[in-house]
Design a protein around this ligand. Structure first.
Ligand code: 4NP
Length: 148
């Protein structure tokens, strides 16, 4: 799960997908990262933590890191939370980029849309609830998609 800062959107996506995967008996390794360096080492945004906690998910232990070209080797699937993030994943990956592994996150719930999860960073707390709903719905679709 990749966004810009790895403190607002992708930590929610990591927490929600981990939670749903575990509930469905899947031993997936779910992680998140950001394409920018500004918040490396920080915990998720307090509103991201709050909306997750309100939904029974604790993401307080997460720690922001930067997306690395090695992530293309470590993971089978890389979800870009937004358009700018998709382009940065490709740029950072350079010669190691395997773009067939990269998908717009929202294409799982809105196929072919190439839509972006809105960035709640500059907005109000209500934006985090809206983002949570989008992420929650999409993670449910991902878990069903990979279930028999
Ligand atoms: P995120 O949100 O990509 O969902 O973690 C942002 C967090 C920080 C900044 C931008 C977006 N920033 O400019 O510091």
């Amino acid at each position: 799960m990749v966004c810009l800062g790895n403190i607002c959107r992708s930590p929610i996506a990591e927490g929600v997908l981990k939670h749903k995967a575990a509930k469905n008996g899947k031993n997936w390794i779910v992680d998140s990262a950001g394409t920018e360096s500004y918040h490396i080492g920080e915990a998720p945004h307090r509103f991201s933590q709050k909306i997750c906690r309100a939904n029974g998910i604790d993401i307080s232990g997460q720690c922001a890191r930067k997306f690395s070209p090695d992530d293309f080797e470590r993971y089978d699937k890389i979800y870009a939370m937004a358009d700018d993030v998709y382009r940065e994943i490709k740029r950072i990956g350079g010669g190691k980029a395997i773009m067939s592994k990269v998908e717009y996150f929202l294409n799982e719930s809105m196929p072919g849309s190439n839509a972006s999860v809105p960035d709640p960073w500059y907005g109000e707390e209500s934006g985090y609830a809206e983002v949570f709903e989008l992420i929650d719905k999409t993670c449910s679709t991902i878990v069903s998609k990979y279930s028999i």
